[in-house]
Write a protein that binds this ligand. Structure first.
Ligand SMILES: *Cc1c(COP(=O)(O)O)cnc(C)c1O
Length: 219
């Protein structure tokens, strides 16, 4: 199936109010343009350098989301244009985003990444770290970042119950956080293999790559 057909099929599956981030990492500009022609405007990348190159080459009404693990020294390259940073997992990183956003007179929307999977390879904050970050005086002083919600990745497993449990936990963290930050709106959870479950559990943003663009070739 073509990229356009894949997109149409996935979009038909998504309830109203769920945003689709087309994860275009490792894919060439032609593939992104094909999705763009089909009306897709939100794309996700996990490497800053690739995202910068694509931003420079492609139409300017594309919204670029940084979905990968982010190194502090790379923030400056995308501070001018990035629409949403999904993987914020430390106060230090948030401070750097705040600093670089200020240079461009911007407020950069961010999601805090929570660790919900069983594997310890997946990045993210635990509940105590989330609390400490939000309570810190440094966070309260930041004027150039805006926390829009939470992001998380479930364990990579065939065990649907486990995936469901992990997403349900993230949803409950999200609802709790809403009591403190009533303006948060975004719960970023669900990828090609598990977005159906994520939506049932309350996702408002899914990040889908291979089901749109085909399997990735890392070479
Ligand atoms: C690659 C990636 C995705 C998309 O994965 P697919 O399985 O191809 O849909 C989603 N989220 C993050 C953080 C990723 O790195």
């Amino acid at each position: 199936m073509s990229i356009q057909e894949n997109l149409a099929e996935i979009k038909a599956d998504l309830p109203e109010g769920v945003t689709l981030v087309a994860v275009s990492k490792t894919k060439p500009n032609e593939a992104i343009l094909e999705a763009y022609e089909a009306g897709q405007r939100v794309f996700g990348e996990n490497k800053v350098q690739d995202m910068v190159q694509k931003w420079e080459a492609l139409p300017k009404d594309i919204e670029w989301h940084m979905i990968g693990h982010l190194q502090r020294n790379k923030v400056k390259y995308m501070a001018e244009f990035v629409s949403l940073i999904h993987g914020v997992d430390s106060l230090k990183l948030l401070k750097e985003i705040d600093k670089q956003a200020q240079k461009h007179n911007r407020v950069i929307p961010c999601l805090l990444q929570m660790h919900i999977a069983e594997e310890d390879t997946k990045f993210g904050l635990d509940e105590d770290e989330l609390k400490a970050l939000l309570a810190s005086a440094e966070f309260k002083q930041m004027k150039h970042v805006k926390i829009m919600g939470l992001m998380g990745m479930a364990t990579f497993t065939d065990n649907e119950n486990q995936v469901r449990k992990e997403f349900a936990r993230l949803k409950s963290l999200f609802e709790n956080l809403k009591l403190q930050l009533p303006e948060i709106r975004i719960l970023s959870m669900g990828m090609s293999g598990d977005y159906g479950i994520a939506i049932t559990e309350g996702s408002t943003m899914v990040r889908i790559g291979s089901s749109i663009f085909g399997a990735r070739n890392y070479s």
